[in-house]
Design a protein. Structure first.
Length: 455
């Protein structure tokens, strides 16, 4: 049965949109559902489009918030933080962020993702691929960010999208979004949940940094500087053993780290787990609505853990017919393509694994835990070894299962291993608790909207 929408001439004039996507039935239903709600423009001081600037990053200075850092109701700085010098940042007033600002990605594959920028101690600025929504005194920005991440809020953002190959959104569409308001006490409670969730993520980061400090201090890495000389030599026997002739493999920085690890009790990663590979799933079998079986792809890997609910999904019937086994909760995956890093993630649920992703399953009675192994792989110790092992084809680097298997992992002592494992587990638990709080808060807003419509 055909389904179509009828748009009035006045709505076309008001929105200046004649494309069918803008008038999809689901968008019209939500707009009608919230016809009683005032537009966002009543609660916004301004929507700022940050200025473009040259990406001349520095080792310190102002933190740069890019689109990849903006995730639904969270700021993700788990990997690859970049900074801009104070001198350059001071001249970019339109890009400066304040605590309480709302960031929305305005373009690209993840356009429309929305997060609260809250309680950051370090000065930060946004890139031109985001919008900064600065709320006025009539609304709590934490509540507003929460609404924009509900099912209704997200679909209203999607409705404003234009462009096919490169989707974008403009401020004039955002300002039209109907924004439901409730009793002041209810909104204050919901905003409190959001801030508490952000606080838990901050605690999670602190716990992980404690583990990093412990690793560096116990191994003496905080007191050693690894300077790269102009030239260096390698023995012919090393060439034979490694089967490598490229100079990068014999990088003395990696050699110094391996030498340092060797002075402590240590293990080969492959002595504790099986190292397998993912499957080359047919890209045409992935589902847009994520209603199928979750699949972890190389782009999903971050230096921490992976919540399978956030993964792309594949046609269940196709997956069953292939018969490739699923990875299980507690397994570890490692990205095998990259150029600056090869991160590992701990799985928080069962899922399939895509090609160019290594799948690590633990042996019973292994000396090291999956949490500990993931942490070491993501540390400077693990990354130095994998980047040394990398071979580059054109512009992308690759590692093999053999290199992951042979990773040297410092054990140090039982007490050290237990402490690192505990800190990593606590860090993950804090993130999961944060996620649960935000889910409860979003669900409550959606319930309030339904109740308001039904009353």
């Amino acid at each position: 049965m055909a389904v179509w929408s009828v748009a009035s001439l006045q709505s076309v004039i008001d929105t200046r949109r004649i494309d069918a996507d803008h008038y999809r039935p689901k968008y019209l239903r939500i707009t009608a559902l919230l016809s009683w709600a005032p537009p966002l423009k009543q609660f916004v001081q301004e929507i700022i489009h940050p200025a473009e600037f040259s990406r001349r990053y520095s080792d310190d200075g102002w933190k740069v918030v890019r689109t990849q850092n903006v995730r639904p109701l969270r700021m993700d700085f788990d990997s690859n933080e970049v900074f801009l010098s104070e001198k350059i940042a001071n001249g970019l007033n339109k890009n400066h962020l304040r605590s309480g600002d709302i960031l929305i990605t305005r373009t690209g594959a993840n356009f429309g993702q929305c997060s609260l920028f809250y309680a950051e101690e370090q000065p930060a600025l946004a890139t031109s691929h985001t919008f900064i929504v600065r709320a006025n005194e009539k609304i709590d920005s934490a509540y507003l960010a929460l609404f924009l991440n509900t099912t209704q809020g997200r679909q209203l953002i999607d409705r404003g999208m234009y462009g096919s190959s490169q989707p974008e959104i403009a401020p004039r569409f955002l300002l039209r979004i109907p924004t439901p308001r409730f009793a002041e006490s209810i909104e204050a409670e919901l905003a409190m949940f959001v801030r508490k969730a952000y606080g838990l993520r901050k605690e999670s980061i602190s716990l992980y940094k404690q583990a990093q400090h412990l690793l560096e201090s116990d191994l003496g890495l905080d007191k050693r500087s690894f300077k790269k000389p102009v030239g260096y030599t390698a023995q012919f026997s090393e060439l034979q053993q490694s089967r490598r002739l490229d100079a990068e493999y014999f990088d003395p920085v990696a050699s110094s780290i391996v030498e340092r690890i060797s002075t402590f009790d240590h293990v080969r990663l492959g002595a504790n787990c099986n190292v397998g590979n993912g499957f080359p799933w047919n890209s045409k079998k992935f589902l847009e609505d994520n209603s199928g079986e979750p699949v972890v792809r190389i782009r999903n890997i971050r230096p921490s853990h992976i919540d399978v609910e956030e993964l792309s999904s594949i046609d269940p019937k196709y997956a069953r017919n292939i018969g490739f086994p699923k990875a299980k909760k507690g397994d570890v995956i490692v990205g095998m393509d990259g150029i600056k890093y090869f991160y590992a993630s701990l799985l928080e649920g069962d899922c399939y694994v895509n090609q160019r992703v290594a799948h690590l399953t633990w042996h019973p009675g292994a000396k090291i835990s999956p949490e500990y192994a993931t942490f070491i792989i993501n540390s400077s110790i693990g990354q130095a070894q994998l980047l040394r092992d990398m071979t580059v084809a054109t512009t992308v680097g690759h590692i093999t299962s053999r290199y992951i298997f042979n990773l040297l992992i410092p054990f140090v002592s039982n007490a050290f291993h237990r402490q690192i494992t505990s800190l990593v587990k606590q860090s993950i638990d804090k993130k999961q608790e944060s996620k649960r709080l935000l889910y409860q808060a979003k669900t409550r807003v959606e319930q309030l909207i339904e109740e308001a419509v039904g009353s």
